[in-house]
Design a protein around this ligand. Sequence first.
Ligand code: SF4
Ligand code: SF4
Length: 399
Amino acid sequence: MAASDRAGDPLPYGVSDAGPAAGEGGHPAADVAAREPRRRAALDASAPRVVAWEVTRSCNLACAHCRASALHGPYEGELSTSECLDLVGRIAATGKPILILTGGEPLLRPDIFVIAAAARNAGLRPVMAPNGTLVTPAAAADMMAAGIGRISVSIDFPDPVDHDRFRGCPGAFDSALRGIRSAQDAGLEIQINSTISRLNVAYLPRLLALAEELGAVSFHPFMLVPTGRGHDLAAQELDPDDYERTLNWIYDAQRSSPLFFKPTDVPHYWRVMRQRARADGVKLEAHPHSHGGLNTLSRGCLAGVGFCFVSHVGAVQPCGYFDKAAGNVRQQDFGEIWRTSPLFADLRDLDALKGKCGACEYKRVCGGCRARAFERSGDYLAEEPYCAYVPRGWAPAAG
Ligand code: SF4
Ligand code: SF4
């Protein structure tokens, strides 16, 4: 997932910035029948606020962490132009979400600006997540003409040697910076994404300084989710204590940086934010670039709740790292999948969470990363494996 500006209406669970309500340690053993009306209400009321769409899996780079293990392609069975235009209409029929055109490398798709313009004309808000290396002045002008207001570009190391090695392509760093300048000259906003692991966590201050220097409007540290080619980087994932230290650093840095931070794929940041604000006696407030106070109003993980991912072959998933389909747009209407999928129903039911997450007083603002739980245990409702927090009064089940 990339340029994820999750702005919009409040979520169905009424999350607020007042911190978690006390005594929300409801256990998964709660009566399923009693939960059913709430599950249905959440399904009926919700519409996606953000949809990330892998318009192609082909890519001109070969990044070490890639969830899609993307190579140059072409990939069999990608949606045709007419299937894409049909999907745009079906997404628009559910609401007016932000549509992230991602990949692979979205600019490798020859009809990408036709799709983006159709999305804009249908009332969606298209943004794009290119790797930056193909953003020429002409491509940037086409983006603007198609209604794309912002692009996200990934910079994982503050220097060319390490970035190029990580991205699997000599010259990738310099090309991405050239692409950023072309986009800015055309009037596009820039978001910098950095995938954070043990390999580069020490560079976070320099990555933030680089994002500020480049004139980005936001900085999104993505915490590594080791799926796809990222499997090989599993040993590089931060341990829970390092996560805690890193999230606290992000909280402090956000308070003094002009950039909006959006730590991504790390829902426990929403817990840390509330713990720190309470300890510091401050009120969480909307950042000027947060598009409506995202960090204060949103929930840590929106997979299947306010966000979903459509793959290059039309599979609808909770997110790009969550390798389980709720349906496929070739067989079923997008809106019907969104509203009726049992997988999404499970993810919208906070009472179904297990282990520490099920017992946690922060589950309404966090909920844990369901993709990591799934990857680690095969159970997407299991506890988040990379959170150091011990919920009040929680004790693991005996045996
Ligand atoms: S499941 Fe995990 S990787 Fe997917 S959106 Fe939620 S936090 Fe991010
Ligand atoms: S225990 Fe689970 S719900 Fe609670 S803060 Fe940690 S990841 Fe979030």
